[in-house]
Design a binder for this molecule. Structure first.
Ligand code: UGA
Length: 403
């Protein structure tokens, strides 16, 4: 960006007239947040569309990168035509975005594919020309199909995670290990090795919103999208699964020091949207816990919702500070700073080494060796006290992996 800025190829402005008026193509990348009924809020798109209509002075292609319900591009085009001030040609194309938070540059420059959705040759050729230098696979489809590809892709990934979480919960009941199961599945190219990590549930600004938006779109069209509904339901339950286990184990949280490691919905971002921590911390606070929260970047955002003075919560700079003297620990995000905490530290620092790991960051055997009572997702619990074993006991056995 610095190189292009220095070469005069890149400019930043808050003056929309200057940005739009003689552009050949305008990309819209504003948010489409979820509304209370699950539908996407299109007001930001509408605002930009109107500004474009009122300022462009030359033929122009408007490219929608934002995730929008199928059919929105048709409406955006109509909306722009309705408000157009100058007599120019303007068309709208769909070009959904597939980058993930924290890996935006890589995901853009090394995208698996570029989807362009156009309804005219002029628009298609323009987008082809823009993307040619990227030298990436381009899939050219209709506008509506492009809009659907974005939801279908995100919801499929959400479904994949919920499926693994569903299987993980069954694994615990029948004495299997979800990580071994995932490993065994991953060699099948039809399944693939990515997004098979069972967890405390998916969060973020995309999967939760896009599953609900597609479900809403289906309902609006008189159709029930049963698979996506199931993904949503499994994810909702998954987020508090460890809290429920801990509630059964501890009887009460009243007066207990609870270490919470990780607040953001995934590592590499300070984003808390739909993060499992936001479901669990309020429950812990309501039950009288003293929460000690650690996150390398997420504390400032969390503090805005749960300030230290107002709630029984303290934000600490190191995982060890949260663990020191704690009665129980929850791990919600797999930050490398948290993964760096050695199993023996839990035993050494905590008052009672009782750990609920929502990201399966430790090996069962290492936690067992360290003498930590350890509950994770889709794996057998490490429990010393036989009476506490609710399911089949964990038997490390002697397995050999073929990598
Ligand atoms: C997601 C998609 O991965 C992007 O392709 C898409 O462009 C983006 O949404 C979007 O629509 O804008 P993002 O939400 O940034 O990206 O994050 P992911 O890395 O996909 O993770 C989402 C959630 O799934 C996280 O909470 C993560 O912890 C969880 N997850 C991911 C699992 O629980 N298990 C896995 O195996 C993978």
């Amino acid at each position: 960006m610095q190189k292009n800025y220095a070469a005069g190829r890149l400019r930043f402005t808050t003056d929309n007239t200057r940005a739009y008026k003689d552009a050949d193509a305008i990309f819209i990348g504003v948010g489409t947040p979820e509304q209370p009924d699950g539908s996407a809020n299109l007001s930001y798109i509408a605002t930009v569309a109107r500004q474009i209509a009122e300022t462009i002075e030359k033929d122009c292609l408007v490219v929608v990168k934002s995730t929008v319900p199928v059919g929105t591009n048709d409406k955006v085009e109509q909306f722009i035509h309705d408000f157009l001030v100058h007599d120019v040609k303007v068309e709208v194309a769909s070009n959904p975005e597939f980058l993930a938070q924290g890996t935006a540059v890589r995901d853009t420059l090394e995208a698996a594919r570029i989807i362009i959705g156009t309804d005219s040759q002029w628009a298609e050729e323009m987008l082809m020309k823009i993307y040619e230098p990227f030298n990436l696979p381009i899939v050219s489809v209709s506008r509506r199909s492009a809009e659907m590809i974005k939801y279908a892709a995100n919801d499929f990934l959400a479904l994949k995670i919920s499926y693994m979480n569903d299987i993980a919960n069954l694994c615990e009941l029948v004495g299997a290990d979800i990580q071994d199961v995932a490993r065994g599945m991953s060699f099948d190219e039809r399944i693939g090795s990515k997004f098979l990590n069972a967890s405390i549930g998916y969060g973020g600004s995309c999967f939760p919103k896009d599953t609900k938006a597609l479900d809403y779109l289906a309902r609006q069209n008189g159709y029930e999208l049963r698979t996506v509904k199931a993904a949503i339901a499994v994810n909702n339950d998954q987020k508090t699964i460890l809290y429920k286990k801990a509630s059964n184990r501890l009887i009460t949280f009243d007066g207990l020091k609870v270490a919470v490691l990780g607040l953001t919905f995934k590592p590499g971002t300070d984003d808390l949207r739909e993060a499992p921590s936001l479901e669990n911390v309020p429950l812990l606070l309501e039950r009288g816990a003293h929460v000690y929260a650690y996150d390398p970047v997420g504390c400032d955002n969390f503090k805005q919702r749960y300030p230290e003075g107002e709630y029984n919560i303290k934000y600490v700079d190191k995982p060890e500070e949260a663990l020191s003297g704690a009665n129980v620990c929850f791990i919600f995000t797999e930050w490398s700073e948290i993964k760096a905490v050695q199993p023996k530290e839990y035993k050494k620092l905590m008052r009672t080494p009782l750990v609920y790991d929502g990201r399966n960051i430790y090996g069962i055997e290492e936690m067992q060796d360290a003498g930590v009572e350890y509950y994770s997702i889709g794996r057998q619990a490490v429990v010393e006290n036989k009476d506490l074993k609710s399911n089949n006991s964990y038997n490390p056995g002697h397995r050999q992996y073929i990598a």
